[in-house]
Design a protein around this ligand. Structure first.
Ligand code: ACM
Length: 561
């Protein structure tokens, strides 16, 4: 195995500018050894802790605090330089490696942290291990200057921990993987028909009952197979505090999602009165064991609203995120149409029909969150039909998943937008045609397709473009039942996605995909060191296949536009 450092040109995501240091007196490499210190100037102590923990573990070097070596000496110097902000924004950084010592300046602590991630990549793939694998005493980093800053402020990944629970250590591991790719938002889809994953002290049955299901559909819902093992799990409030703190140390915001008023069968199974009891015997409902869109949605009652205010009160205590996601997607209205109680509510509110109850629900929590200084975030259905789209607060944010259209409409209406169109960045969708892909669902979206994704659709116009906060890759988990499957779907495509949101790439058709693929050679070695079960470029390894488990490829899916 090669022990060499990575070159400046092998960074993923690609840096905005980088150049080797050349000229008289310059050295080609800086060398880290047992005497190398970390000098953490004020505000960078957290980055120093991370560097010492991550790079210290991989190299076995102690990296003590200090200024040893005199000026320009054997040290990694971390500094905040607010003067960088006008040019590079709050997350920008400069990494200067003179060949003698390394300085990472950031416009703020996040910039210094992203610079430290670049520094780790430059040390080579071995720097991604958790313990040294050689007797190497000295670690080289190529001399050079990197100046870098993200294109977008929202560089997100959704983990669907509701369909299949991802135990806490798996979430912490994903936070490390996000950080390694300079991604900075983890959207946690905590509740759905198939499970409730966050402890709520005021309503303990949400997890006592709602976090468990007796069995699980194996494959797409049309599959005849079942996994007869009970499935479940949830995060205690201490687990959530730990996840949020671990994320904050990595400059990642955790955005919680509590999905209402659809995708709520697990909650209804726990508290049957939350459902439309005059239409369906909700007491007989269990946590859902198959996939799709459950018809069992929340009753539009004052008691339901109060219950979810309780839930969100605890959520706000746990998550400092300015953005709180309330779902709002895929809510069938049949039960509301059939329910005398819901019809009475429609009349009482003076609505035109059951179709407006969804908007009423969303607007209630939009105002409720705004009064508490938070911003409602919701799937693009929050803009749909009737009065629904009207009357959202200015701060409400739209996650555009049914293509770009919802995001375009939202941006034009003055709302901030996160682009996550299912046609492009739903990474649960299969990554190659053919029968070898495990439980293939959705569109074929290859590594190259993801590399050519752009969060900003063509001809959006300047004002609306300014509303695009960024983009998010969504990893729904109906057919990814554990970490290994999740890794397979996420990687290597998440590396390409990271570049589309961090780097300043040309228009999709002009992107140099062969060059990206060449850089991926170095990156696969990093992923190997991290223990990521990615899809190899040649296709799945035999044990990554799932012969006989039915997926649902979308045949003849329309091309990406
Ligand atoms: C979604 O995929 N239902 C947001």
């Amino acid at each position: 195995m090669s022990h060499s450092a990575s070159s400046l040109g092998e960074l993923i995501p690609a840096a905005r500018k980088s150049a080797p240091v050349t000229g008289p007196g310059s050295r080609r490499l800086a060398v880290l050894d047992g005497a190398t210190c970390i000098e953490a100037r004020p505000g960078t102590e957290g980055v120093a802790r991370w560097l010492r923990a991550a790079v210290g573990a991989a190299t076995g070097l102690p990296l003590p605090d200090g200024e040893a070596g005199g000026s320009g000496g054997n040290r990694i110097s971390l500094r905040i330089d607010a003067g960088l902000e006008p040019e590079l924004g709050p997350e920008g950084y400069q990494l200067v490696n003179t060949g003698y010592g390394v300085t990472i300046h950031g416009a703020g602590p996040a910039g210094v942290f992203w610079g430290a991630q670049t520094f780790r990549q430059l040390l080579g793939p071995e720097a991604f291990r958790r313990a040294p694998v050689t007797g190497k005493r000295e670690w080289a980093v190529p001399a050079g200057v990197v100046e870098d800053a993200p294109r977008f402020r929202w560089r997100g990944v959704l983990l669907d921990v509701a369909r299949h629970f991802l135990p806490k250590d798996g979430v912490l591991r994903y936070l490390d993987l996000l950080a390694a790719h300079k991604l900075n938002v983890l959207h946690l889809h905590l509740t759905d028909d198939q499970g409730w994953r966050i402890e709520i002290l005021r309503h303990p049955r949400l997890t006592g009952t709602g976090a468990w299901r007796a069995r699980t559909k194996l494959g797409h819902r049309a599959s005849p197979l079942w996994d007869e093992r009970p499935h479940g799990g949830y995060y205690t409030q201490d687990d959530i505090r730990e996840i949020v703190a671990y994320a904050a140390d990595r400059h990642i915001t955790v955005v919680p999602e509590i999905d209402v008023p659809g995708h709520s069968q697990a909650a209804i199974a726990a508290y049957p009165w939350l459902g439309n009891t005059d239409v369906v015997d909700t007491a007989a409902l269990g946590v859902w064991d198959t996939w799709g869109i459950s018809p069992n949605v929340l009753a539009p009652s004052g008691r339901t609203l109060a219950f979810y205010e309780d839930v969100l009160t605890e959520v706000l205590e746990l998550f400092p995120s300015p953005f709180v996601h309330i779902g709002g997607d895929e809510c069938p209205e049949d039960q509301w149409r059939a329910s005398p109680a819901a019809q009475e509510r429609v009349r009482g509110l003076g609505l035109a029909g059951a179709g407006e109850l969804h908007g009423w629900f969303v607007r209630h929590f939009d105002r409720w969150l705004a009064e508490r200084g938070r911003r409602l975030t919701g799937w693009d259905e929050i803009l749909d039909g009737g009065a629904t789209g009207r009357g959202l607060t200015e701060g409400a944010v739209v996650s555009s998943w049914r293509g770009y259209a919802g995001g375009i409409a939202a941006a034009r209406a003055g709302h901030d937008v996160v682009m996550c169109p299912e046609q492009q960045v739903y990474l649960d969708h299969r990554q190659a045609a053919g029968t070898d892909e495990p439980v293939p669902i959705g569109y074929v979206r290859t590594l190259e397709d993801v590399y050519r994704f752009d969060p900003v659709p063509p001809a959006l116009g300047e004002a609306a473009t300014a509303r695009i906060l960024g983009a998010q890759a969504n990893l729904w988990s109906e057919v990814t039942e554990n970490q290994q499957r999740l890794d397979y779907q996420a990687f290597p495509r998440l590396a390409a996605f990271a570049e589309t949101v961090w780097s300043h790439l040309p228009a999709p058709a002009e992107r140099d995909y062969p060059a990206f693929e060449r850089r991926m050679t170095a990156h696969y070695a990093r992923l190997d060191a991290l223990g990521v079960d990615y899809r190899p470029p040649g296709g799945p390894r035999p044990w990554q296949r799932r012969p006989g488990v039915l997926g649902r490829p979308i045949e003849g899916a329309p091309p990406i536009v």
